[in-house]
Design a protein around this ligand. Structure first.
Ligand code: SF4
Length: 79
């Protein structure tokens, strides 16, 4: 499992999460930040510091934002 960055980050990109992540698996993209699900160690530090509450554990992503699980994954596939 991994943490997932969702819709609230779009256009916001506050950036606290990037500074907080102990394994450097959060990357800034054009639209939003993304978490590499293969590197994330599930510590929850990013979720705690996000000012717009855009970050969820994968199994708690809201129903209407489920697509972001794949969106985060795809960002790292295409790099
Ligand atoms: Fe990084 Fe921890 Fe957030 Fe995963 S849960 S992205 S390891 S800060």
């Amino acid at each position: 499992m991994a943490f997932v960055i969702t819709h609230a980050c779009e256009g916001e990109k506050a950036g606290e999460c990037i500074e907080t992540c102990p394994v450097d698996c959060i990357v800034e993209g054009e639209k939003q930040m993304y978490i590499d699900p293969d590197v994330c160690i599930d510590c929850g530090a990013c979720e705690a510091v996000c000012p717009v509450e855009a970050i969820y554990p994968e199994d708690e992503v809201p129903e209407d934002q489920q697509q972001y699980i794949q969106i985060n994954r795809d960002f790292f596939k295409n790099r």
